[in-house]
Design a binder for this molecule. Structure first.
Ligand code: FES
Length: 355
């Protein structure tokens, strides 16, 4: 055996406690990447070391920081051996502590070739975009994909806006909102990407409907409606018998969309289903008879009958909305473990999320 074979990096083992699962981490892989490639539901969101969703404690072993954790973790967290699994490589076998790790098997992310085959205006600044893939993709309702185009730098992440299918999905649908000055969305809205090839990576994300028997509160803001629609259309296929209220936070009536699909969900829902749109910037003299203001205020006043010890909350939208709603539902007594959020992040967070 040559000297160089001793120097060659070898795979190491990551163990997640208290779940008690182990998997191999190859040289060059992060612990998160390795866990996801084995189909484990590792907590994560941005995957690029900026959101903190993947933070956990390392209890044994030697690790290597791929980027400096101090950008995201507080000094006391660093002292308590907290790490970001998306930015952690292994120098030895290691043991991580992730208290609420969910033993759910996910579809491992893969790379696909895609082509933008159709777009449809949903509102003045939001489009439904259909991408045909080279083969079917399997995913969980609520997950997202990353889209890469030769026309623009970097990747963009968008949630599936349709439910999964048993035989996989070849034509995926995404809701894409135009961001002023946004490179990717400007090209898309200028029709420069029609018919063009894109690379698609996914599925990703751990936003999915959890098992349970309690009420469901869903909140979508802007193009954050996509994963909520996906979750609810999937739930209609396999009736749950759980009451559900869906809040849709938008600026004005012109920003409401998917109302026919929501009505179809409402009609097909097994049990009570309530839809509550809330407008924050609707002209005072308009014909709008619904709620006005911010969605968190509406939840505080309207969601009372859906609050119980086993209520689950699903939130998708921009960070200020997620933060405000999370605070409100916590004050209403919803347990932290039952609040599931899918935050959009802007380009400063690496892969931009749905914007
Ligand atoms: Fe690791 Fe966002 S997933 S910091």
């Amino acid at each position: 055996m040559s000297l160089f074979s001793f120097l060659k990096p070898t795979a190491k083992k990551a163990t997640i406690m208290p779940a008690g699962i182990s998997f191999e981490v190859k040289p060059g892989q992060s612990v998160l990447e390795a866990g996801l490639s084995h189909g484990y539901a590792m907590p994560h969101s941005c995957t690029v070391g900026t959101c903190g969703s993947c933070k956990c404690r390392v209890d044994e072993g030697k690790i290597r920081e791929l980027t400096n954790f101090a950008y995201v973790l507080e000094a006391d967290e660093l002292q308590s051996n907290m790490v970001l699994t998306c930015q952690t490589a292994l120098k030895s076998d290691a043991v991580f502590h992730i208290p609420n790790f969910e033993l759910k098997q996910l579809h491992p992310p893969e790379d696909f070739e895609g082509k933008i085959v159709a777009t449809e205006d949903l509102t003045h600044d939001t489009k439904k975009v259909v991408i045909e893939l080279d083969r079917p993709i399997w995913f969980d309702a609520g997950q997202y994909v990353q889209i890469y185009s030769d026309e623009v730098y970097g990747g963009r992440s968008y949630s599936f806006a349709l439910p999964p299918a048993e035989d996989g999905v070849r034509n995926i649908e995404l809701f894409i909102r135009k961001v002023p000055g946004g490179e990717f969305t400007s090209a898309l809205f200028d029709q420069k990407l029609a018919g063009s090839a894109v690379k698609v990576h996914g599925p990703s994300g751990n936003f999915w409907l959890r098992e349970g028997r309690g009420p469901i509160i869903c909140v979508g803001g802007g193009s954050g409606l996509a994963p909520i629609i996906s979750l609810l259309e999937q739930a209609v296929k396999k009736p749950l018998g759980r009451p559900c209220v869906m809040f849709f936070g938008a600026r004005s009536q012109a920003d409401l969309y998917c109302l026919e699909r929501i009505e179809a969900i409402s009609k097909a829902w097994d049990g009570a289903f309530q839809f509550i749109p809330v407008l924050s910037d609707e002209p005072a003299d308009s014909d709008w008879n619904g709620l006005r203001g911010f969605v968190n205020t509406a939840i505080a006043s309207e969601a009372g009958q859906y609050i119980s010890s086993d209520t689950q909350v699903y939130l998708c939208g921009p960070p200020p909305m997620i933060d405000a709603v999370s605070e409100t539902v916590s004050e209403l007594g919803i347990l932290e473990n039952n609040i599931h959020a899918d935050k959009f992040l802007d380009a400063s967070h690496g892969l931009s999320r749905a914007e």
